[in-house]
Design a protein around this ligand. Structure first.
Ligand SMILES: C[N+](C)(C)CCCC[C@H](N)C(=O)O
Ligand SMILES: O=C(O)CCC(=O)C(=O)O
Ligand SMILES: [Fe+2]
Length: 417
């Protein structure tokens, strides 16, 4: 394939990143101040079809999403029904409408019941449905002034409610401190993280406990300063949460922690330099982790710095790690456009008012959203020991959504979120 053809193909790939054709709404979109509240709408049956507002629900969907225990397993919540055994021309033979429920006799002999909220939710716009699916909350974008009101909870020892509150803060601010965590033994930190979900095993191990000894070949294991970055840019699915607990720092100084709200800075960029924002949202970049013997981890494809929800156009994930960056997926004679845009993002990330510096202390665990908040540290001397872990995005979001919306709402909208 010649260069021109390749370049054309790459442009096609970038254009097909859904959301680009739509709009880059920046980081808020639908959750800009809109708290999830389902105003349940009424349905009616017209000409053999269920209608809610201006939307008509196809009978195949309704039959396929029957919630009864022979169509959906009560315990596993999995579909038991063989979708493709449903006749193509499945029809409502008869129906009755109760207070809050529609009872249907189908032409295949089956009976189903659908609640009003179920039917209402199914006909919502993609944007609205994403609120639940994504666990969107009105988020608070922040800058260095967050120092005086940093979200903080206390060591969650017993109640599920404590964990829910920590996750709520993380969803809203992108991070949360957990104070009063025992630091004589890293086990307390591990226990806390496992209350959220299991810790992800990587080539650095599972629960980590590290010092500047190059135990793994990565600058994290040195005393060199680290600029604001996200971890795991070299994974197809970067960790959702990351935690640090400074257990001790003796015989030296430095090693302050840096946090930057990637969504806030992205929002600033989408307002002030739309073109650069779009370039960082469409040009894909490769990454790697190759410091350890016999290992060169690379994602199965390259990803842009800013990724957006395909249904809503909302910003979903920031990937940014200059140390671990590999190639830029552009023909070599076009890469300058990426460098120019990236330089602008870098400058915004380094603006004094966007940098929140904090010296971590033993007892305070920092847990943050690695898809949103960038972290770094200043150089240090002496012996500094940090423990922590990675948690998958899907697993912490599961915990968060069940706590925040409740199982009834989450499970009741699976067919339509
Ligand atoms: C957190 N832990 C100490 C285990 C490893 C840090 C790995 C850092 C790596 N450069 C990255 O950005 O992912
Ligand atoms: O040493 C620190 O404070 C953080 C190092 C780091 O970026 C990491 O381990 O991911
Ligand atoms: Fe890191």
């Amino acid at each position: 394939m010649d260069m021109r053809a390749l370049s054309k193909e790459l442009k096609g790939i970038q254009r097909s990143q859904r959301g680009y054709a739509k709009i880059f709404r920046g980081p808020y979109g639908v959750c800009n101040g809109t708290i999830y509240k389902d105003r349940v709408r009424n349905f009616e049956v017209q000409d053999g079809k269920v209608v809610v507002g201006e939307r008509t629900i196809p009978n195949i969907w309704l039959r396929d999403n029957c919630q009864c225990s022979s169509c959906m397993h009560d315990a596993t919540k999995q579909r038991l029904l063989d979708t493709f055994s449903i006749p193509k021309d499945i029809a409502i033979k008869s129906h009755t409408i109760g207070q809050n429920v529609l009872k249907v006799e189908w032409s295949d002999g089956h009976s189903s019941e659908y609640t009003r909220p179920f039917l209402s939710h199914a006909t919502r716009s993609a944007e609205f449905r994403a609120i639940l699916r994504q666990g969107l909350t009105p988020i608070k974008l922040w800058d260095s002034s967050i120092a005086s009101e940093a979200p903080t909870e206390n060591y969650a020892q017993t109640s599920e409610g404590d964990v829910a509150q920590i996750l709520k803060n993380i969803r809203k601010y992108g991070f949360c401190y957990v104070d009063g965590t025992p630091f004589d033994d890293p086990a307390a930190t591990e226990f806390l993280l496992k209350r959220i979900a299991f810790i992800r095993e990587t080539h650095y191990g599972g629960f980590y406990d590290f010092t500047a000894d190059l135990a793994s070949k990565d600058t994290a294991y040195t005393n060199i300063a680290l600029e604001a970055h996200t971890d795991n840019t070299y994974f197809s699915d970067p960790a959702g949460l990351q935690a640090f607990h400074l257990l001790s720092h003796t015989d030296g100084e430095g090693g302050a922690s840096l946090l930057v709200d990637g969504f806030k800075v992205a929002e600033e960029m989408s307002r002030t330099d739309r073109k650069a924002y779009e370039i960082l949202s469409t040009v894909n970049v490769h990454a790697h982790a190759s410091g350890n013997e016999g290992i060169s981890i690379q994602p199965y494809r390259s990803f842009p710095v800013f990724e957006h929800d395909t249904a809503t156009g909302d910003l979903l994930r920031v990937r940014w790690n200059s140390s671990d960056r590999a190639s830029i997926e552009l023909p070599i004679d076009e890469v300058e456009i990426w460098y120019d845009a990236a330089r602008k993002f870098d400058a915004l990330l380094k603006k004094k008012e966007n940098e929140y510096w904090e010296q971590l202390t033993p007892g305070r665990v920092l847990i943050f959203d690695n898809w949103r908040v960038l972290h770094g540290r200043s150089k240090f001397t002496g012996k500094r020991r940090i423990c922590g872990g990675y948690i998958n995005r899907d697993d912490w979001m599961s915990k968060y959504k069940m706590a925040e919306f409740g199982p009834k709402t989450v499970l009741g909208t699976l067919a339509s979120s």
